[in-house]
Design a protein around this ligand. Structure first.
Ligand SMILES: [Zn+2]
Length: 255
């Protein structure tokens, strides 16, 4: 069911619908087995989610966080990044803003400091193409861009653009799905049919599958990249309580 909906309904419509449908869905998950660190809610378990392979215990019915958002949030908290943002007059560019994260950032940053941007999302303030970012060099202290680059035609150009608008000493988070079994990224620009892209890249609107060279692409754009294995620093109880998965957090800096 969830797979059917994700593959057939446009992202914009899903984002609008989710606001109304999800609180009702949450009633079916009442319980205390898991806790979402973003919204604080507890449930029996999280909802299932996935475009091709459906993962159980993945999506928070209240704020729509997934495993990677919860893992990232816990890392931001542990590193003191949220306090730093709230007190540091931080200028923040959030590309393709995930609703679970943007609701929290809106609470800690003033509206003129927190800029959300996307090509089509109704949740974003600025309509833009990540390959041509309409801001001056060094405008932002922080840039987030998660699960976007695998959709972009010229991802290297997008990476260079994000590096350009980040001030020296700025930092960011640039997560993408990475297949660690692959040494090199697999891409094929001739595949344009959605079914063919699903077969090759795992999702109908993906253009590539990143391999272990993903961080090197970011480095080529000028970033310093830390591949943070934060999951392994948490206890099994924490991993279970927040329903996390082992995923590498790609933290970038404009060195
Ligand atoms: Zn939540």
């Amino acid at each position: 069911m969830i797979k059917f909906i994700l593959n057939r309904v446009s992202r914009g419509v899903l984002q609008r619908l989710a606001r109304w449908v999800m609180p009702l869905a949450g009633l079916f998950y009442a319980g205390r087995g898991v806790q979402c660190p973003l919204c604080g809610a507890r449930f029996r378990r999280f909802m299932s989610y996935g475009y091709v392979e459906v993962r159980k215990n993945a999506l928070c019915p209240r704020c729509l966080s997934l495993e990677r958002h919860r893992l990232l949030w816990l890392w931001l908290e542990r590193e003191g990044k949220l306090t730093e943002m709230a007190t540091g007059n931080t200028k923040f560019l959030h590309i393709a803003p995930e609703v679970c994260l943007s609701r929290r950032f809106e609470k800690i940053l003033p509206p003129d400091s927190y800029i959300t941007a996307d090509l089509e999302s109704p949740l974003a303030k600025v309509k833009m193409d990540v390959q041509h970012i309409p801001f001056a060099d060094g405008t932002f202290d922080v840039v987030f861009c998660n699960h976007v680059l695998e959709h972009v035609a010229n991802d290297r150009l997008a990476m260079c653009e994000m590096h350009r608008v980040m001030r020296p000493g700025g930092w960011g988070v640039m997560l993408s799905p990475v297949d660690c079994a692959r040494a090199g990224t697999f891409e094929d620009d001739s595949a344009v049919d959605p079914a063919e892209r699903t077969r090759l890249f795992g999702q109908y609107d993906h253009r590539r599958v990143y391999g272990r060279d993903y961080a090197d692409r970011l480095r080529e754009a000028g970033f310093r990249v830390d591949e943070v294995d934060f999951f392994d620093t948490l206890t099994p109880d924490q991993q279970r309580l927040h329903a996390l998965r082992r995923e590498i957090l790609y933290m970038v800096q404009n060195k």
